[in-house]
Design a binder for this molecule. Structure first.
Ligand code: PLP
Length: 349
């Protein structure tokens, strides 16, 4: 455990001092009971969504709690993990004073959200093996570096960070370590959720947008100590997760076999794609991926990107990211889509 970590010293003063808004449904929670609800100015006629949703999403959290082995008071849900990440920055970073650290090449939203909140962001590049430069990060930190964003498996590189390095950062970083596990369900590694209680400065974010196949409903999940969760709960909009999202997410989480089956198919498809890519003559390197995409270095990324588009295939050109010159990121689709991609790549001159 990090001895220098003190959550009270990290929360912004105005947020520590504020009274949270109490919504109608916060004050009266017993939804299931046969009550007459005249408290929230809703339309009483039944449309299945005429009532406000549960602001604490208790049914959904109970499901996640039992599946992940994490208590409900260690869970916060958001309108996608992007909302959760924004809440974290707003809770802990004083605009125009505090700062965050990100490790490019990585997910672009951390930096955008920091900038939106007038929070400076320090970038420390990953090393040649796409691993965090632990010593450089720890040397840079001061009392204003409140958050360190780690993404593992990392987007766009696809690798998971070494457990030893993540642990060194958790023990040595005095602010909060936000570990984005958007792709964890594709990885052979286990989630850091298993060790959440060991690290009071750890926030883990996950999402239903990738492996769970529900990008359209926008559900992001945040796991942390009850102390951190209660700070985030203070500032979250009361009805940030709508009723339809809560229902569809619950349904999907009760059909985990379906999800696991799809993940297995995607991993098969990825193995096939990875092997085939090595046979494409202008492919220089295929990076090992723990996620549902593969980053590939080619001879001329802009040219290959354009050629693919002419064949109706949309991929992501990551060449503007640091250390990613001439790279393309391919999302793993169905076997059929992968086959189309492979045949097209092989046909290009
Ligand atoms: C796709 C992605 C997300 C997006 O999460 P939402 O829950 O859809 O907002 C978060 N982090 C990373 C690294 C991603 O690649």
């Amino acid at each position: 455990m990090n001895k220098n970590f003190n959550i009270a010293a990290l929360v912004r003063k105005n947020i520590a001092e504020m009274e949270p808004y109490s919504s109608a449904r916060d004050e009266f929670k017993d939804f299931g009971k046969d009550l007459v609800f005249l408290d929230a100015n809703e339309n009483p006629f039944e449309t299945e969504v005429n009532r406000y949703p549960d602001p604490q999403q208790r049914d959904l959290k109970a499901l996640l709690s039992s599946q992940k082995g994490v208590a409900s008071d260690s869970i916060l849900l958001g309108n996608g993990s992007d909302e959760v990440l924004d809440l974290i920055i707003r809770a802990f970073c004083e605009p125009n004073r505090d700062s965050t650290i990100t490790l490019p090449p990585t997910y672009g939203m951390y930096k955008v959200l920091a900038a939106t909140n007038a929070v400076a962001n320090h970038e420390i590049l990953l090393d040649g093996a796409w691993e965090p430069n632990v010593a450089t990060i720890l040397e840079l930190q001061n009392e204003r570096t409140k958050l360190l964003f780690l993404c593992s498996p990392n987007n766009p590189t696809g690798n998971s960070y070494s457990e030893e390095k993540v642990e060194q950062l958790l023990l040595g970083f005095n602010g909060i370590v936000v570990l984005d596990e958007a792709y964890i369900d594709f990885s052979e590694r286990s989630s850091w959720l298993l060790r959440l209680s060991e690290f009071p400065n750890l926030i883990i974010t996950q999402t239903l947008s990738k492996a769970y196949g529900m990008a359209g409903i926008r559900l992001g999940i945040c796991y942390a100590s009850p102390e951190i969760i209660s700070v985030l709960n203070k500032i979250k909009p009361p009805y940030n997760v709508n009723e339809l999202t809560q229902q569809r997410a619950s349904l999907r989480l009760t059909n985990l076999d379906e999800v696991k089956n799809e993940i297995a198919l995607i991993k098969d498809s990825k193995r096939h794609l990875t092997k085939a890519l090595l046979e494409v003559k202008y492919v220089i390197e295929v990076f090992k991926s723990d996620a549902n995409f593969v980053l590939v270095r080619v001879d001329d990324a802009s040219k290959r990107y354009r050629q693919l588009l002419e064949h109706g295939i949309v991929v992501r050109n990551r060449s503007t990211q640091p250390l990613c010159k001439n790279t393309l990121r391919f999302t793993v689709g169905t076997n059929e889509e992968t086959e189309t991609l492979i045949q097209t790549l092989k046909s290009l001159e």
